[in-house]
Structure formats: structure tokens, C-alpha cells
Write a protein that binds this ligand. Structure first.
Ligand SMILES: [Fe+2]
Length: 575
């Protein structure tokens, strides 16, 4: 393809030259390789120019239920046969009612089918009960994360008042991710509901309620998988003893074909530091033997959340960033369910996504995409994302950026170790774990990136070669750079040498990169990166991009004449 490779030893001059070049060749994808860390400080401030409007990427679209052919340019590898399945919000209003937050939109399921060098596409709205009820009533009848469903306007004043005291319906709009249990695919959000789907037809086949199997009120949309298919997840419970964070294990075996998450067990419950104010979390870490839970100072005020309907406020009103608290790491032995005694703390930070975690020399190493401010959830209101001009720049400049950080947690803390001693034996990491007078371990992180990543606006939506390197020492991860409020580049990070490779095409916004290994590969980055690249420009086409994961060069793309909104997560399934 038309990729240009810029190898650079970064200097101020080359940065300016690069920006100039990328402007004059704005239709040509720019592939940058940052080969060294230059300690150059660059503040991304909307790149010194007004950010382009991305409102068309955060807007309601039509579904494409019939399979259509994509126009392939370049060459897709012969071995690349399977589905790229993605999900994200695709409908933001019903009748006169409008959602407030990006996370509220109705789940639109996308399927790119790759077979012998050809690609087809289809999309369908998930037929959740929430979607169906909203459609039938032509208004929002189920509350979402940032939107409170209002009482039926057809009811009289008394009925409308009394309906505030009715138990609120819980959404089954599972728009966040595809997850796997016992070999079946489910769409998940963070409530108690998941929807099982047929990945060929994208039809919902069954709705599953976690509460019918174990005492949890939901589970994350980012479970972890053992090689044998055992799935681990985490979910909260709110009982008379306060709130707990629970580690869940779902076995891989099915004793009958109709099984869903039968046999699920809570293997460990961790009491929340504050009974009625547990932390919000979106993912967790897993090594070969341990689960790592991060209790971060983004608090959920349960009183406020329970009373949201009476108070006329959305759930988001009950979530607050409280940096007066530190972040705490909890480590659980996943075989015994025992919580380790180590009390690991670090300065306040917020993470959506862990990158990877592994064990080395008696320590757990965990890498996270971290923000130094947890108010990012508030920033992703739809009205912010749809702003234009200087107002859009202001939003972008006020939003915290995400950077990859490494923490080291020593597993066996010597009670006699002197105060102030760094207990991390890892010579390759500057992350420290220092014993304090009160026995707690204070963890200082290592930056896992060259400063060039600041120019890219940080990184989010991290992915690794999961099948071969999850829970193991690794070298590469992939993510989206954020020089806008949605990803505007694809980045490969070498966490050993701290170098970057960047793919970007001006005016296009790539989704979370999914790594697919070459069959039989033995090198970590021997495979391709799949990403759905979309544009707000009506004269351009959206496409599925296939990059060589080794050198980040384009192998091919498959264009589809269909409008698509910016989505959240996805997965690749071999056929
Ligand atoms: Fe996520």
C-alpha cells in the first residue's frame, strides 16, 4: 500500500518536519517508528489547531443485517480466516428521548468475515429486552449509566410520582465486549445480564442473569481465560455485611449442551474498604497463579445509586473521583481462593484496562493503562463528544490521558525486612515496592513508554498476543493513540526497549487493535493487527485494516460503504 516509513531520531526539527510532511500528504497513511527515547517534552494541546468534528462517529446509524461484500485493496493473508466481531453504541435516541452518555447507546454488533482473501460485513442491533422495550414505547424506558429513564408521560401526575419508588429495571444493553464462557460467545456490559449470541447470524439466543448462578450483582466485560478454557471474572455483591469484590470462576466443561455459566463459583470475596462506597473497576489482572484486583479511588456511593430514581439523577451522579485515597492492589491465589496478606498501595490513579500481568522472581508484575485523574467517565458525555471548534478543543484539553505504567508487587514479604527497603528484586524495572513502618508496601511505578507517547496523546484500548502471552513475560502491546477524544492512531509499544511504532491516516479513527497470530507462530509479534478504521467524512469509506504486526506496515484493507459509529471492543474468532 501507500505506507511511508519515517525512521527518526526525534528532535524538535524532525517533529516539525514530520508534522509538515504529514499535512501535505494528508491522504497517505503515516507510519512512524520512534527508535529512541529523547526526553523531549511535548504537550499535546489539540496539536495547535482546532480538532476536527467527530459528531458523525457518535451518532445513530442504520444496521446492515444482510451480508455485503467489502472491496479489498492489497492482500489479506491466506491463513486469515475468521470473524472480527465488534460491539459498541449505535443508537442514541428513541422518539424524543435522548441518551446523555456515550456508554448509554444501544449495542450495535459488527461482523467482518474474512475468508480466503475476501471480506464481508454485516451489523445488527442487539435485540436486548431494553432495545425492544424502548422501540415499542418509542422512548427510553430503561435507565442507562448516564441517563435516567423518565416516568411514562401517559400516566397521571400521581402515577408518575409513585413510579419513582418502583424498583428500577436493570439494563441488558450489553454493549461493551464479546466474552467467552464454555466456548460460547456472550455480549457483556457490567450489569447482571449477558446476552448469548450466534456469531454467524449475530442473533441473540439467550439472556443470562449472573444472579441466578452466584451471589453477585454483575461482572466485568473483561474476563480472563486459562488455556483450558476456564474463565475468571470479578463482580460486586451488595449484602448486609456491606459490599464485596468477588473473584468468579466458570469451569470450561459443559455437562449438557444448553448450559450457560452453570458451575460458576465465587472463589474469593474481598471486603470493600468502605461498606457503602466500593470502588468502580472495569478490568483486573491475572497471572498463571494469581488474580490482581485494583481498588482505585473512583467511588460508587451506593446510597446515591440506589436512590437515583427518587432523586431524579442518573447513576453517574453516584460516582466520584476521590484522590484523597490511594490506590490499593489485592492479590488472590486463584487455585486456593486465598487473599494474600500483602497490603500494596500506590498513589491515586485510575485504570480502565490492564495490559498484562505475570510472575517473575517472587513478584507479580502488572502493567496498566493509567490516568492520573478518574473524572474521565464524566468527560465522555455525548454533548462533549459532539462539540465543534474551540469548545471541542477545550473538552479535549481538559481530559486526562492514559499512559502505560508497570507496578511490581512482591509476593512473600519478609516480616523482618527493614523499613524503607525496596523489596523488588527485578533489575530490569525501576518500579519499586518499599516497606513502610506500618507494614504496608508502597509501590512506585515505572513508565513503560518513551516520552514520544505524549505526542500521540497517550494510549488506550490495549491488546496483546493474548493466546500465547497472557499471564507471561512479554514484549509488545498494541493500542490506540488519543490525539482526539476517540483513537486517532494505532500504536505498537515495545515494553522492553521502550520504543513505539505508529500507524495514522489523517481524518480516520481506528478502533481497538486486535492481534491475530500466524498459525504455528513462535515469535510474539508474528501475526496481524485488525482494526476497523472509520471517518466522519462522507466522501470517504470506512474500512477494515490489516497491518503486519511486526513492522506495522499495511497488508490490505477492506472498504465498506456503510456508516459506522466508534465502538468499544471486539474479538477475533477463527473459522
Ligand atoms: Fe473496556
Amino acid at each position: 500500500m501507500f505506507s511511508q516509513i519515517f525512521l527518526r531520531s526525534v528532535s524538535r526539527f524532525s517533529t516539525i518536519a514530520l508534522d509538515f510532511l504529514s499535512r501535505i500528504v494528508c491522504r497517505i497513511p503515516v507510519l512512524k517508528k520512534y527508535m529512541e527515547n529523547t526526553h523531549q517534552k511535548t504537550v499535546i494541546s489539540a496539536q495547535g489547531k482546532t480538532l476536527p468534528c467527530i459528531a458523525p462517529l457518535i451518532t445513530t446509524v442504520e444496521e446492515t443485517p444482510q451480508v455485503i461484500s467489502a472491496r479489498v485493496q492489497g492482500h489479506l493473508p491466506e491463513w486469515l480466516n475468521g470473524y472480527l466481531l465488534r460491539t459498541g453504541p449505535g443508537k442514541f435516541e428513541f422518539g424524543k428521548d435522548k441518551y446523555n452518555h456515550w456508554f448509554d447507546g444501544m449495542a450495535l454488533l459488527h461482523q467482518f468475515k474474512m475468508e480466503k482473501g475476501t471480506v464481508t460485513y454485516r451489523s445488527k442491533f442487539l435485540q436486548s429486552d431494553t432495545y425492544k422495550a424502548n422501540s415499542v414505547h418509542d422512548r427510553i424506558v430503561v435507565s442507562e449509566f448516564g441517563t435516567l429513564a423518565l416516568p411514562d408521560p401517559c400516566k397521571n401526575v400521581f402515577e408518575r410520582f409513585m413510579s419513582k419508588f418502583e424498583k428500577p429495571a436493570i439494563t441488558d444493553n450489553t454493549s461493551v465486549n464479546y466474552v467467552q464462557y464454555k466456548g460460547d460467545y456472550y455480549l457483556s456490559t457490567e450489569t447482571n445480564f449477558m446476552n448469548k449470541v450466534d456469531i454467524e447470524t449475530l442473533e441473540k439466543t439467550e439472556k443470562v442473569d449472573w444472579r441466578k448462578f452466584i451471589a453477585v450483582n454483575g461482572a466485568t466485560a473483561h474476563p480472563h481465560y486459562d488455556p483450558d478454557g476456564t474463565t475468571y471474572n470479578m463482580g460486586n455483591s451488595y449484602g448486609k455485611h456491606g459490599s464485596c469484590y468477588n473473584v468468579i470462576r466458570v469451569p470450561p466443561e459443559k455437562s449438557d449442551l444448553g448450559e450457560t455459566i452453570h458451575g460458576a463459583q465465587v472463589i474469593c470475596s474481598i471486603a470493600s474498604e468502605e461498606r457503602m462506597r466500593p470502588s468502580y473497576y472495569h478490568s483486573f489482572g491475572m497471572t498463571r497463579n494469581y488474580i490482581i484486583f485494583i481498588e482505585q479511588p473512583l467511588k460508587m456511593n451506593l446510597w446515591k445509586i440506589i436512590s437515583s430514581k427518587i432523586r431524579g439523577k442518573p447513576f453517574t451522579d453516584g460516582i466520584s473521583w476521590e484522590p484523597q485515597y490511594n490506590t490499593r492492589f489485592h492479590v488472590v491465589d486463584k487455585h486456593t481462593g486465598q487473599l494474600l496478606p500483602g497490603m500494596y498501595y500506590s498513589k491515586p490513579s485510575f485504570t480502565f484496562h490492564q495490559i498484562n500481568a505475570y510472575e517473575d522472581q517472587g513478584c507479580v508484575v502488572i502493567d496498566l493503562c493509567c490516568y492520573n485523574d478518574g473524572r474521565i467517565l464524566e468527560d465522555y458525555q455525548l454533548q462533549n463528544l459532539r462539540k465543534t471548534g474551540k469548545e471541542l478543543d477545550q473538552v479535549y484539553n481538559s481530559v486526562a490521558r492514559s499512559f502505560p505504567l508497570r507496578f511490581v508487587l512482591p509476593l512473600h514479604v519478609d516480616l523482618n525486612a527493614p523499613e524503607g527497603e525496596n523489596l523488588s528484586p527485578l533489575s530490569y524495572s525501576s518500579a519499586s515496592a518499599v516497606k513502610q513502618a506500618d507494614g504496608k508496601i508502597w509501590c512506585s511505578y515505572e513508565n513503560l513508554y518513551p516520552e514520544d507517547l505524549e505526542e500521540e496523546g497517550g494510549i488506550e484500548l490495549p491488546q496483546i498476543n493474548y493466546g500465547q502471552f497472557s499471564g507471561k513475560k512479554y514484549q509488545f502491546f498494541y493500542g490506540c493513540g488519543f490525539r482526539h477524544l476517540v483513537g486517532d492512531s494505532l500504536i505498537k509499544v515495545d515494553v522492553v526497549n521502550k520504543t513505539l511504532m505508529v500507524w495514522r491516516e489523517d481524518g480516520f479513527y481506528p478502533s481497538e487493535p486486535v492481534f491475530v497470530p500466524v498459525p504455528g507462530a513462535n515469535k510474539e509479534d508474528d501475526g496481524v493487527i485488525l482494526s476497523v478504521v472509520i471517518t466522519p467524512n462522507q466522501n470517504e469509506r470506512n474500512f477494515l485494516l490489516v497491518l503486519d504486526a511486526k513492522n506495522f506496515e499495511e497488508l490490505g484493507r477492506a472498504e465498506v460503504p456503510v456508516q459506522m459509529p466508534y465502538g468499544f471492543h471486539g474479538t477475533f474468532v477463527n473459522i
